[in-house]
Design a protein around this ligand. Structure first.
Ligand SMILES: *Cc1c(COP(=O)(O)O)cnc(C)c1O
Length: 443
């Protein structure tokens, strides 16, 4: 099959795999919280000649020629992003959420400085993790990492305990240079304002990593970090914000210079200009449709939480309505499948794509990321396809048939594919001529 002396058959194989992936996506229910599906317009922008060009630097201050149209698109992208996030400064250049975060770490800290964020079991992201874990903050930027105190029942930062911890550290001469809010498992708005006040009294920077919730924040359906005390916001452009894969930063004007330099020259040379074009497109789409889209994402997440509870699942934070974002956390350790990995695998065989997730208390029960006690679900992609509350009941039923009734996966897979037939278009977009998962042949 794929041998180096037969490049043509390898080449053909690549395209057949790509087409297979597209056909499969048409038949699946995707509940991965960090994924979404972009519009045909975003895809069109991603296949333009910008992908073959360089435009190092800032529009108007480039170190390359031939960028006149690229400059205009990038300026539009920045302007639309500023408007969407009600921010004084925007930089659409970071090529990923991790690099947006590292740009901020570069702008606001020096190696050896100290950062406070959430630990991984409480929802934190690897880009904020310690040296020992090969986290970006610890291993790449050389920061010492302290964790926010976490309330496992409320699934949120414990403000009082955190403020006491900051005081204790301060008495030992341990100053926190940067507070990093945000997370990868993130059902409720975080208490930024109180902790930011303490941060400001101590001369610390505050960044909010909105990788997951950028779409909800942009449409003001979750929380408003720049008004609640954050200096800057980093995010991925492909999670609740349904754009191309990439990163972005918005901030108050006073931080613009350092952030620009953190992005370039510190961390990017080529900044993937076709993605810049696609980011500009998604910002325009979100200005027009983001409010309605985000509201439905959250309603769907709450409805799915309710429906799953009725089917016998243990959805966390029931006392608070399960979630105020796109994310649900579910404990599966006492289901017949016993752990998140088994649930993930069985559901995938049934055309339902989710991911396993460590629960805050898993380590105490000797569980790890390989076989954690939980799963994480998100409703961004199914909402983009036009699904509403009634479909959430249907999805919960499919999941119950696999996890509790242990029905044959191929039987449920067929029913899922049938159910998916009606949901092939992207909603909340200006143009939807193509279906969401059309395979576009250009060869
Ligand atoms: C996804 C995520 C990132 C990383 O984003 P990429 O675009 O995948 O590099 C950073 N922070 C958090 C909290 C995330 O969930």
């Amino acid at each position: 099959m794929m041998t180096p002396d037969d490049p043509r058959s390898a080449y053909d194989k690549i395209f057949s795999l790509l087409e297979k992936h597209h056909s499969w996506m048409r038949e699946t229910i995707n509940l991965i919280a960090s994924e979404n599906v972009h519009s045909p317009a975003v895809r069109e922008a991603m296949q333009v000649d910008f992908s073959d060009r360089y435009a190092e630097g800032w529009p108007g201050e480039r170190v390359y020629a031939g960028t006149k149209y690229i400059d205009e698109v990038e300026i539009l992208g920045n302007e639309l992003t500023k408007e969407l996030f009600r921010a004084e400064f925007a930089d659409v250049r970071p090529i990923s959420g991790v690099l947006a975060n590292l740009s901020i770490l570069t702008a606001f800290t020096e190696p050896g400085d100290r950062m406070m964020c959430l630990s991984i079991p409480t929802g934190g992201h690897i880009s904020s993790a310690r040296h020992r874990l090969w986290g970006t903050a610890g291993r790449v930027r050389g920061l010492k990492v302290q964790y926010f105190k976490y309330d496992e029942y409320e699934l949120n930062i414990d403000v009082d305990a955190t403020i006491r911890k900051i005081e204790r550290l301060k008495q030992k001469g341990k100053h926190i240079d940067l507070f990093m809010f945000g997370a990868s498992v993130f059902p409720f708005p975080q208490p930024i304002d109180e902790i930011s006040q303490v941060a400001k009294e101590n001369g610390s920077y505050v960044n909010y990593d909105a990788a997951h919730v950028a779409g909800l924040v942009a449409s003001d359906n979750f929380q408003d970090p720049l008004r609640e005390g954050a200096d800057s916001l980093t995010f991925s452009t492909h999670k609740t914000l349904p754009g191309p894969q990439g990163g972005c930063i918005v901030a108050h004007e006073q931080f613009a210079d350092r952030i620009k330099r953190g992005v370039f020259p510190a961390l990017h040379s080529n900044h993937h200009l076709h993605h810049v074009a696609a980011k500009a497109v998604v910002m325009a789409e979100m200005l027009a449709f983001g409010k309605e889209y985000s509201q439905q994402i959250i309603k769907n997440a709450q409805a799915l939480g309710q429906a799953l509870t009725e089917e016998g699942f243990k959805v966390l934070a029931e006392h608070k309505g399960f979630t105020k974002s796109h994310v649900l956390l579910i404990e599966v350790a006492d289901t017949p499948l016993r752990n998140g990995r088994a649930v993930e695998e069985k559901l995938e065989d049934a055309n339902i794509i989710i991911n396993r997730n460590l629960l805050p208390w898993d380590k105490r029960f000797g569980r790890d990321y390989i076989r954690p006690g939980g799963i994480r679900l998100g409703t961004s992609e199914i909402t983009r396809l036009g699904m509403k509350e009634p479909e959430m009941t249907q999805i919960a039923e499919f999941m119950r048939r696999i996890v509790f009734n242990q029905e044959a996966t191929n039987k449920v897979a067929k029913d899922v594919a049938q159910f998916r037939k009606e949901f092939q278009k992207v909603f909340y977009a200006f143009d939807t001529a193509r279906d969401a998962y059309d395979y576009i042949k250009m060869r």
